[in-house]
Design a protein around this ligand. Sequence first.
Ligand SMILES: *Cc1c(COP(=O)(O)O)cnc(C)c1O
Length: 454
Amino acid sequence: MSQTKFTLSENDLPKQWYNINADSPVPPTPVLNPQTKEPVTPEFLSVLFPMELILQEISTERYIDIPEEVREIYKLWRPTPLIRARRLEKALGTPAHIYFKHEGVSPSGSHKPNTAVAQAFYNKAAGTKALTTETGAGQWGSALSLSGKFFDLPVEVYMVKISYQQKPYRRVLMESFGGEVYASPSEHTQYGRSVLAENPDSPGSLGIAISEAVEAAATSGGAKKYSLGSVLNHVLMHQSVIGDEAIKQMDLADEYPDVVIGCVGGGSNFAGIAYPFLRENLLNGANTRFVAVEPTATPTLTRGPYAFDFGDTAQMAPIVKMFTLGHAFVPPPIHAGGLRYHGMAPSVCALVDAGLIETKAVPQLATFEAALMFAHAEGIIPAPETAHAVRAAIDEALDAKEKGEKRTILFNLSGHGHFDLSAYQAYMNGSLQDYALPEEAIQAALAQLPEVNL
Ligand SMILES: *Cc1c(COP(=O)(O)O)cnc(C)c1O
């Protein structure tokens, strides 16, 4: 009988996180203080993060032990299943084999608790009294609210206003887990008030919400720390459990991926599935391709320059080198809320720049078409963010069909779309449109990149 689902036992749960910075052929780029534009000091970072996470951020150790308290919580949903999409393969008539790692089985519905639990743990251990954060579509805010509850740590969430309006049930989910949620820009911070004074109808952006959450932590006198759901090295590292489990599961399936695909917002779920396989390329002679997929509406990797830029709109977060659409970028209100960030994880950017990771941008309508094709075949409604990876996986499978190749495709199913049904409704009733960012919008935002002397 042919096997479809490849599951591991709790004993197979990884005991360590994998750090790409031990093996990456490209050195990490400097992280700069937004005021002085000199490299950041641990003292600067310690206003926002507990020391253990700062040490992970700059670590070049290949493996870092996962605390037992964190592994105990991971066991609530990990190891996650690896599934062969046999019915999708059949529907496409492709000789390719398509596998997906199902991170949608987590309590909040995405990969995000993999790092949220770890961050809540280290903050609690360091004596942090509360966490502040931002959320786009609400996935990160719900993961952190839940993780805060597990460790008895209050969580304050600044939610991008357009998502707050489009996804009321995400807010209720966060509140059900104990999170305190503000629509950003909010009246709760000085920066939020300044944005509202200029534009009372601002739909918000991740950049603005990050600024509010950073301000709330930085002005708390040390009681509150800030928590970020993507982009940073330690966040990407916590997600490596996805790829390390997938390696074992592909082995159970007696296959190895020719291509690994993930959608990219800040880069964390992509890095989570890709970096352990990239390690196999770098150290053990494997030859897998990697494809990072983004929307044509926020084409950071495919159309942004590789430059130093602020992590947030108010210029309070560190300056990092990344592909960027400019920190002043206010993205169009596409439905993949989690993919609207103006920048991208520096480590993903460095690897893209070095040619080790391929990039692809897909338009909104083709993305939802792929999502429904996947739902009809496999019975899972993917998150709109995830649907970008689904589109790219289907395109790979169709390309393999055209070339008559057997190709093994692995993609990360970063989350389910049960809180995104209004986007599906808009797609099915024909009110959703494709949107490609005009070049002028990119140029205008880029005019505000910081000058750095390096
Ligand atoms: C947040 C989110 C993303 C985008 O964030 P990354 O850090 O790039 O992974 C993608 N998919 C889902 C389901 C998300 O919740």
